[in-house]
Design a protein around this ligand. Structure first.
Ligand SMILES: Cc1cc2nc3c(=O)[nH]c(=O)nc-3n(C[C@H](O)[C@H](O)[C@H](O)COP(=O)(O)OP(=O)(O)OC[C@H]3O[C@@H](n4cnc5c(N)ncnc54)[C@H](O)[C@@H]3O)c2cc1C
Length: 384
């Protein structure tokens, strides 16, 4: 791995911009392709990533299919809390609990993402350059020229490639420059999170998602972590946040005060980190995912589940699809595959969120019916 790369010209068959789950998955999928693959990331790893830190098993299974042994390696090397169920918690203290067929894991993204990038370095011939930010994309005939900057602000290497896999998260400069797509406040969300210690009544096998009709479609979460810490956060679609006139941090504080269960659990807890936030690009609006010389993956392709806020699994899956498409030289297939395998799969989630947003009283109805197993099973099947 190289840190930074000063003014020079680098060429590659495929350039992956971003070394998060989407970028690393693309690099792993390109293993053995015989192509010269370059991955660049503006950060130096391990780097912090604001997240709920909840990693579904399906993300790891996707990686395992392409890189056998990676799941075991994750279990051995990455300290995490494993959960089997998630519960929706309503203000009247009723809960709808879902048990997942496979366990999920909560671990700091800083650790998980560094683990993935290390696997890319260990298992593939990808050239990895960290501390190098892509600041511009220019088309030059059949190629794309990437201008970069090092961490000290000086001019970085110029990169020339016929194919960019954009895995630069949200908002994505690659999506804007190569596909003309900017984050749309009608569909994207924002979320904030911080860490707590001493949360009362937390069960390490259970992720909690709190709903309150007053804040819907926003929601609050508490995910148990190692060492008794809890990742707590609040997320909301941006267009609804704007209507409240409050900042997301204010809404986070108001929610924890106004939801009786969250308030009780956090009453004596100690906040051990600052509150940090980020964009959550929900998959609410159909878009372009590939075009001449580019593929948009993960958050750069707005592939986040609009109900659960789960983006890591979709980042991994889209990264794998992009890597495989690049490997066989069929980049034009990628957009169709994303539509069929990822976008269409989130149809029920989009319907559910639209319905609940139009009729927020349905939250109270769900809270009441949540006591019946048939209702919980029905909701689970409908949405996921
Ligand atoms: C508060 C919050 C909580 C969330 N909670 C969860 C959760 O619990 N579970 C879940 O599944 N999802 C969650 N998500 C969504 C999840 O974080 C994202 O969907 C996921 O990180 C997307 O992965 P990615 O690889 O596409 O992008 P990222 O993980 O954002 O990685 C992008 C990478 O690109 C690099 N980069 C960016 N710009 C450039 C540039 N110009 N040049 C070079 N490198 C660049 C960045 O440094 C970064 O390493 C949450 C999001 C937020 C904001």
């Amino acid at each position: 791995m190289i840190q930074g790369a000063h003014a020079e010209i680098i060429d590659a068959d495929v350039v992956i911009v971003g070394g998060g789950p989407a970028g690393c998955s693309a690099a792993l999928a390109l293993k053995g392709s015989g192509k010269k693959v370059l991955l660049v990331d503006k950060a130096v790893f391990p780097r912090e990533k604001t997240c709920g830190d909840s990693i579904p098993a399906y993300a790891l299974i996707g990686l395992e299919n392409i890189s056998p042994g990676i799941y075991d390696s994750f279990l051995q090397k990455v300290q995490s809390v494993s959960f089997r169920s998630s519960a929706l918690v309503f203000p009247n203290a009723s809960q709808i609990e879902f048990t997942w067929p496979l366990p999920g894991y909560v671990t700091e993204r800083q650790i998980f993402d560094a683990f993935l990038l290390d696997r890319v370095i260990e298992m593939t011939d990808t050239q990895v350059i960290t501390g190098l930010k892509v600041v511009n994309y220019q088309r030059v005939e059949a190629f794309i020229r990437l201008n970069t900057q090092t961490r000290d602000g000086t001019l970085g290497a110029e990169i020339i490639t016929p194919l960019v896999i954009a895995a630069d998260g949200a908002p994505s400069l690659a999506a804007r420059r190569l596909a003309g797509i900017s984050p749309d406040p009608v569909v994207y969300g924002q979320a904030v999170r911080c860490y707590f210690e001493g949360v009362e009544g937390i069960d390490p096998r259970l992720e909690l998602i709190f709903y309150h009709p007053r804040f819907f479609p926003g929601y609050f979460w508490m995910f148990p972590m190692t060492g008794g810490r809890v990742n707590a956060g609040f997320g909301m679609p941006e267009k609804h946040r704007r209507k409240t006139g409050a900042s997301l941090v204010d809404l986070f504080q108001q929610f924890r005060e106004q939801h009786p269960v969250a308030r009780r659990m956090l009453e004596n807890a100690c906040q051990v980190s600052e509150i940090r936030g980020g964009i959550v690009p929900f998959a609410m609006k159909k878009q372009v995912w590939s075009g001449p010389g580019f593929m948009l993956t993960g958050d750069a392709g707005s592939l986040v589940d609009p109900v659960s806020g789960d983006g890591i699994m979709y980042a991994v899956r889209s990264g794998l699809l992009a890597g495989l498409a690049a490997k066989i030289g069929r980049e034009s297939l990628y957009g169709k595959q994303v539509e069929k395998l990822l976008w269409n799969r989130m149809k029920s989630q989009r319907r559910a969120i639209r319905l609940m947003t139009c009729f927020p009283f349905l939250i109270s109805v769900a809270a009441w019916f949540g006591r019946f197993a048939w209702f919980r099973t029905g909701i689970h099947r409908w949405i996921w």
